[in-house]
Ligand binder design. Structure first.
Ligand SMILES: Nc1ncnc2c1ncn2[C@@H]1O[C@H](COP(=O)(O)OP(=O)(O)OP(=O)(O)O)[C@@H](O)[C@H]1O
Ligand SMILES: [Mg+2]
Length: 232
């Protein structure tokens, strides 16, 4: 297996606590919830950020974790790589252009392996609906305690609805103040129709000064200040 290093980020205590709460909630969903998909209504609500942090956090508990970037249309996970070259990813593997072992990378985070999306294919939906994808998830299930899947937004493209049936549970990320109630409900309904249980909703980018009353109802997150500071 090839190896990469993720950029090391010290999360502020407050944010780490939020991620730990989400991790605990996932664990309490039951031992049978191993393959977990993250999706959202639209782009940019925080799926990839949250999926990566949760995957890292689970690996800290001595769990073997595989993080799979299934957002074949738009992947930013690769921007988190500090060292190492990524040559192959999920799209290469699904199109039969590389072996499974060449698409999965060991990382500098103990017990965390990652598969990047690979080049944007012309037919992402077809690739994700194929037998090869199903079999890949089954073999990851054997080799890892958790498989965290970062998927495209269910409110925009069909991919997440195709991926959900091979997962044990889904998590819907909702960006606070951006998504209308009706849109959130229709995205949730799409997830419900897949038959895979929705484990929870993450209300992300919460402005606690403005919207304190929502906090506690969902797995609230307080990333905003930290990320704003880092983007300046
Ligand atoms: N809680 C948060 N507070 C503030 N900024 C955040 C938070 N979570 C994520 N972000 C920022 O929002 C942007 C989008 O996040 P991210 O890439 O994780 O979203 P995404 O849902 O995976 O998007 P896409 O659908 O485009 O893949 C990034 O710049 C990220 O740093
Ligand atoms: Mg993303």
């Amino acid at each position: 297996m090839n190896r990469i290093s993720f950029i090391k980020r010290e999360l502020p205590y407050e944010i780490e606590e939020e991620i730990k709460t989400l991790r605990t909630n996932i664990q309490f969903c039951g031992e049978d919830k191993k393959v977990i998909m993250f999706t959202s209504c639209i782009s940019g609500e925080g799926k990839s950020t949250t999926a990566l942090q949760v995957a890292m956090s689970l690996s800290e508990l001595n769990k073997k974790v595989a993080l799979i970037d299934c957002d074949l249309r738009k992947s930013i996970l690769i921007s988190q790589v500090e060292e190492g070259t990524v040559e192959s990813g999920l799209s290469h593997f699904l199109a039969g252009q590389c072996k499974f072992a060449d698409a999965l990378y060991a990382t500098n985070v103990p017990r965390l392996a990652v598969m990047f999306a690979g080049v944007v294919p012309p037919n992402p939906t077809e690739l994700l609906s194929g037998e090869r994808f199903k079999k890949m998830i089954e073999s990851l299930r054997e080799g890892f305690d958790y498989v965290i899947i970062d998927c495209a937004p269910i409110g925009m493209v069909v991919d997440a609805a195709i991926v959900a049936p091979v997962c044990d549970g889904t998590i819907l990320i909702i960006e606070s103040g951006i998504i209308k109630r009706k849109f959130a409900a229709s995205s949730k309904a799409k997830l419900d129709r897949t038959g895979t249980p929705l484990l929870g909703i993450v209300l992300n980018k919460v402005d606690h000064k403005k919207d304190g009353k929502y906090y506690g109802k969902y797995y609230g997150k307080r990333y905003s200040k930290y990320y704003k500071k880092n983007e300046d």
